[in-house]
Design a protein around this ligand. Structure first.
Ligand code: ADP
Length: 468
């Protein structure tokens, strides 16, 4: 059974039960009230009639005359003060009956009290007869019973009619309410159904599907939380797809990059094994094999680094002074720069920032190595840290503007043969870009042909610092 059906059945059941009990009590109380009001009215009437007839008998009874005269007097008095609904008994004998009823069994009549008006209600076929009486005494003529006999079926009929009307009203209102509860519950449960469909769509791979949030009630909040979760899943799936795409490209490029040195190594080693060549040519072949093997070594080293960076767990952030970082890089690059007859000038106006020191060191070494490759002896290479950026600026050959967007791609080299000769494998800037991203930053490249290049790491995330 569906949730909305269960809920509405429960609400309808509770509502019908509560209103049914309430209606029943109201009908019962109203009926009781009406009957007791009627009875107490008649009780007052019987009391005053008893009093009036008693007075009349006391003052005007024809003492000393025969039974017939006495009976006529009593009948006259009963007609005068009582009326159509009364009977009068003298010493237990019926002396006057103005009602339409016969006293079939006088013994069955209740004993009437002196002090209060008592009554019984008799039900015969579909009639309710109220029999009410009071006893009074008159000195010299014995005791009297004044009895009122009244058909009060009308009151019961009215009560019954009211009860039926109320029942009909109850059924009509219940029918409308049941419908309303069903529809409202179904409507309120719609977001949950939508949630179910959207969850099914998500599990089927449609990560763009969202739940339409109509209200900010409990269900609305669940829908909102669900949408946030779906967004998160979508983002993560996109990231995973991106990483997997990058890895695929990387592997393709790697296979391509491996092919050339492997072909040369196989070619040269075949020649060495099977062709008779001079000592000079033999040496050259071995040198070539050696340099290609070294290149393969560098390639695999950088590849390992790059692949390692896709795994965030290998990155360890510490709060580290940028000046300290510069000192380490200077020590590493000192001989390399001097060997090329160049000069490395650093200037740091940044404080500390959270970083993976080894990775940041590797980033700067890569940028400086590229700057060295592009510069001539006597040139200067500036490394500057200010505001939220670290810049490596050289005054070398520069990069053609159309090449700038491509040089951060893995294995991309502007001049392949020259770069290879200089020991490049085309992975340095791809590595730098990845390291910058891990530090919530990005690379900005500016270059002027024959006037050098400036490559900056700009920290735009929480690790970025503006305390220059
Ligand atoms: P490589 O291992 O070849 O240095 P990189 O990814 O570091 O690979 O660089 C890609 C290419 O970008 C290089 O081959 C080079 O042509 C160009 N490049 C990078 N830095 C500079 C620079 N400072 N000046 C001129 N060209 C540069």
């Amino acid at each position: 059974m569906k949730m909305w059906k269960k809920l509405s059945a429960l609400a309808v059941g509770a509502m019908l039960f509560a209103t049914g009990i309430f209606g029943g009590i109201v009908v019962y109380q109203t009926a009781n009230y009406n009957i007791s009001q009627t009875i107490s009215n008649y009780q007052r009437q019987v009391t005053s009639t008893t009093y009036a007839i008693g007075q009349e008998i006391r003052n005007n009874a024809p003492y000393g005359f025969g039974d017939e005269t006495n009976r006529s007097f009593l009948q006259y008095t009963l007609r005068k003060y009582g009326g159509a609904d009364y009977m009068l008994f003298q010493n237990g004998e019926l002396t006057g009956n103005l009602t339409n009823y016969d006293v079939a069994d006088q013994e069955a009549m209740p004993e009437w009290g002196m002090k209060q008006v008592s009554y019984v209600i008799q039900k015969s076929s579909d009639h309710y007869i109220l029999i009410m009486g009071k006893q009074f005494a008159s000195a010299g003529s014995g005791s009297y019973d004044l009895v009122l006999v009244k058909d009060i079926s009308q009151i019961y009929n009215d009560i019954r009619r009211q009860a039926y009307m109320l029942l009909a009203l109850y059924v009509a209102v219940a029918a409308v309410t049941v419908n309303i509860i069903f529809w409202v519950t179904k409507w309120m449960m719609r977001p949950l159904n939508e949630l179910q469909w959207t969850a099914a769509a998500l599990s089927g791979g449609d990560f763009r599907r969202r739940v339409h949030v109509r209200f900010r009630d409990e269900v609305g909040k669940v829908a909102e939380a669900f949408n946030k979760m779906a967004e998160q899943i979508e983002r993560q799936v996109e990231e995973l797809e991106e990483v997997s795409e990058r890895r695929k490209q990387l592997l393709g490029s790697l296979a391509h990059e491996l092919k050339t040195p492997m072909t040369s190594i196989i070619g040269y080693s075949d020649t060495l094994l099977h062709v008779k060549i001079s000592k000079e040519q033999e040496k050259k072949a071995l040198e070539y094999i050696n340099s290609e093997c070294k290149r393969l070594g560098r390639l695999s080293g950088k590849m390992m680094n790059l692949i390692g960076l896709y795994n965030d767990e290998s990155v360890h952030f510490v709060e580290y002074q940028v000046q300290e970082l510069f000192n380490r890089v200077e020590i590493l690059e000192r001989y390399h720069v001097a060997e090329k007859g160049m000069q490395l000038v650093t200037s740091c106006a940044m404080g500390a920032m959270p970083m993976d020191v080894d990775l940041m060191e590797s980033l700067l070494v890569n940028l400086i190595d590229n700057a060295i490759k592009a510069s001539k002896p006597g040139d200067t290479i500036d490394v500057v840290a200010v505001n939220n950026r670290i810049t490596v600026r050289d005054w070398g050959k520069g990069i053609p503007p159309e090449e700038i967007p491509k040089i951060t791609e893995a294995f991309y080299m502007v001049d392949k043969s020259r770069s290879r000769k200089a020991g490049g494998v085309g992975l340095g800037l791809a590595l730098c870009k990845q390291i910058a991203a891990l530090h919530h930053g990005h690379l900005e490249i500016e270059s002027w042909l024959d006037d050098g290049t400036s490559i900056s790491v700009v920290f735009d995330g929480p690790e970025g610092r503006m305390d220059g």
